[in-house]
Design a protein around this ligand. Structure first.
Ligand SMILES: O=P(O)(O)OC[C@H]1O[C@H](OP(=O)(O)OP(=O)(O)O)[C@H](O)[C@@H]1O
Ligand SMILES: Nc1ncnc2[nH]cnc12
Length: 181
């Protein structure tokens, strides 16, 4: 949990049964609409990473972009989008991952960063961990050093954060929700 974790958590809205029955959707739009909360959110990432000599923020399509861009600006890092399949125009590398039904893939431009670049991977939420893990593996495969992975929200009961750590990546979460919250 980060310095402002409890406060950030208090401005995230839970929408029951969306997009399907049984899912508690964690909606960050009230957090983004609140300028003081949005600033505290970015500040909590800046506070953690300002001494870590990062070169690049790699942010995951689409909600990861919202935090990745201001963080890259503030830390004087480059910004690299990790996009869902078929969105990037140049030569890409790709990593597939399992969904509940079927498969998906994340992609990265082949020239996105220099070999050995110190990279932070960011997204808004870790559920099963499939998306974050695929992005981290893709970056490592492309020659980047994944210094850490970071998220606003962890849903630990879904096992994703444990899976990410078991695969050897550090994970920082600003806050977490259990199913009954
Ligand atoms: O840990 P996982 O089970 O992989 O789930 C987490 C991913 O799911 C959501 O993205 P979504 O696919 O809804 O896309 P969006 O950001 O474009 O809304 C979220 O933003 C993460 O990227
Ligand atoms: N419960 C959830 N809330 C918001 N985004 C999600 N992505 C995957 N699971 C989610």
């Amino acid at each position: 949990m980060s310095i402002y974790g409890d406060y950030i958590k208090s401005v995230i809205r839970t929408v029951p049964d969306w997009p399907q029955p049984g899912v508690n959707f964690r909606d960050i739009t009230p957090l983004l609409q609140n300028s003081a909360a949005f600033r505290k959110l970015i500040d909590s990432f800046v506070h953690r990473y300002q001494e870590m000599r990062l070169d690049t923020i790699a942010a995951i399509d689409a909600r990861g972009f919202i935090i990745g861009a201001p963080l890259a600006y503030e830390l004087n890092c480059s910004f690299v989008p990790v996009r869902k399949k078929g969105k990037l125009p140049f030569k890409t590398l790709s990593e597939t991952y399992k969904l509940e039904y079927g498969e998906s893939a994340v992609e990265l431009h082949a020239d996105a960063f220099e070999r050995g670049a110190r990279i932070l991977v960011v997204d808004d939420l870790v559920a099963t961990g499939g998306t974050m893990l695929a992005a981290a593996k893709l970056i490592r495969r492309s020659g980047g050093e994944v210094v850490e992975t970071a998220t606003i929200i962890d849903l630990p009961e879904l096992g994703g954060s444990q899976k990410i750590r078991d695969d050897g990546y550090d994970l920082f979460a600003v806050c977490s929700f259990t199913e009954d919250e």
